[in-house]
Design a protein around this ligand. Structure first.
Ligand SMILES: Nc1ncnc2c1ncn2[C@@H]1O[C@H](COP(=O)(O)OP(=O)(O)OP(=O)(O)O)[C@@H](O)[C@H]1O
Ligand SMILES: [Mg+2]
Length: 416
């Protein structure tokens, strides 16, 4: 019944008895919409989505066992053929944004009118139907228009962004650098690869959410083709940057070996001019793989004892494994002129010259976060943006130097 032609099948996920009644009554007034299930808790909703395959799930923000945003994320991930509409008491911007980032297609408040609910449900159902007739990976690419052009040779440059301490702004640098590379190198094709395998959040900086990730390439890693690789990429239309998301759950991280990741990065060189890799501080095999693959490694540090200590330990490791310092571009993020740990002291402690200094700009970072856009998009005139553009220019020069000197790479994971 739920998949009958022209009938919009809906599951209602609502714990508040009064609201449930109100919604049932309102939906009862709408033609060709049928409630196929009522779930009081998230767990029940997941089972219903699996068994009933509804076109639409109406999910309340407040549920006893899970927040509606998390449920939205799970439903979209596990049952992508069901569209989710989030219901909340108020339409606060942050809730709306969270809902969209979690993959909801729409948002309504408790006092929704029959007319509005009709429109929202029909729109959601149309989307769900459209998705069901679209061929799914691996039979067709997710990106069809303006797809990247394939180069014959593997000419693209890999730039790996690494911070030896968490939370110091590594992903922010990677996301903004991706945009800046497009700006300083007009018409270049740029992909931001999220190599922070457990808790990757690079896609959130662009307010994008996909269903596939780097993980979906692993089973076919020995025989990658363009269509398959493109199918896991998200295109951020606002900026033109492509994004390869990290796995959706932390426990999937271990499915990606250093070797698989190296192969994927090498393949991306063929399709893109610049491959920017976001990483996390823990040096796993995949992070090592990205550090090894990068023509240039942007090392982010900060004016704190911990960050300096970890960066020093990282440099020791880098030297110990025999990689050359030429490939490193050292960036101080969140520069605070008032800090007693001056830039000179940072440089002295690290025995390394600071190559680029990015200012601390809380207002711009907050705005970027709220809009789901990198700072370079949301605050183009900020000092941070200007500094990132200059970082991109310096990196281009460094790539040139590194290539001329054939700086040493270990090729730990890929031999061919
Ligand atoms: N230059 C800056 N000025 C002000 N705030 C910044 C700056 N750079 C980053 N931030 C803020 O710092 C926070 C952490 O940034 P980000 O997520 O990029 O760090 P990270 O090092 O990637 O963290 P994680 O280790 O969790 O991956 C974010 O809220 C971001 O907006
Ligand atoms: Mg990060």
């Amino acid at each position: 019944m739920s998949n009958d032609r022209d009938i919009v099948s809906v599951i209602l996920v609502e714990n508040n008895a009064q609201l449930l009644k109100h919604l049932q009554k309102t939906i009862g007034l709408i033609d060709q919409v049928e409630i196929v299930g009522n779930a009081l808790i998230a767990q029940e909703a997941l089972e219903m989505a699996r068994d009933l395959k509804p076109l639409v799930a109406l999910v309340d923000y407040n549920l006893p066992d899970m927040n509606g945003i998390n449920l939205t994320e799970m439903l979209r991930r596990e049952y992508p053929n069901t569209q989710v509409i989030l219901i909340s008491q108020d339409n606060y911007t942050d809730i709306v944004l969270q809902a969209i980032r979690a993959g909801a297609c729409d948002f309504i408040t408790h006092d929704v009118s029959v007319k509005e609910l009709t429109d929202v449900l029909k729109r959601a159902a149309a989307l769900a139907v459209q998705d069901r007739v679209k061929p799914q990976y691996p039979f067709g690419p997710a990106i069809t228009e303006k797809g990247p052009v394939v180069h014959g040779a593997a000419n693209g440059k890999i730039i790996t962004v690494y911070g030896a301490k968490g939370g110091i702004g590594t992903t922010t640098v990677a996301a903004n650098l991706a945009l800046a590379m497009m700006e300083v190198n007009k018409d270049s094709r740029v992909v931001l690869v999220d190599g922070s395998m457990q808790f990757g959040d690079a896609h959130l900086m662009f307010n994008e959410l996909g269903q596939l990730s780097v993980m979906d390439l692993v089973p076919r890693v020995l025989d990658l083709d363009r269509e398959m690789v493109e199918s896991v990429l998200l295109l951020n239309r606002l900026s033109g940057v492509y994004i390869m998301p990290a796995p959706p759950r932390p426990e999937f991280a271990e499915k990606i070996t250093g070797e698989s990741f190296a192969r994927i990065l090498e393949y991306l060189r063929r399709i893109f001019d610049f491959v920017i890799v976001n990483t996390n501080s823990y040096i796993s095999d995949t992070v090592l793989s990205a550090l090894d693959a990068g023509e240039v490694v942007v090392v982010v540090t900060a004016q704190s004892i911990n960050a300096i200590r970890n960066t020093r330990l990282f440099f020791d490791l880098w030297n110990a494994v025999g990689m050359t310092k030429e490939r490193i571009h050292l960036v101080l993020n969140r520069h605070d002129v008032e800090s007693p740990i001056t830039t000179e002291r940072v440089s002295e402690r690290l025995k390394f010259q600071l190559n680029t200094i990015l200012p601390d700009d809380e207002a711009a970072a907050r705005k970027a976060d709220a809009l789901g856009q990198p700072i370079l998009k949301s605050s183009r005139d900020s000092d941070y943006s200007k500094a990132v553009v200059s970082l991109a220019e310096q990196i281009l020069k460094r790539i040139d130097t590194v290539e001329k000197s054939e700086a040493q790479r270990l090729r730990l994971f890929v031999t061919a």
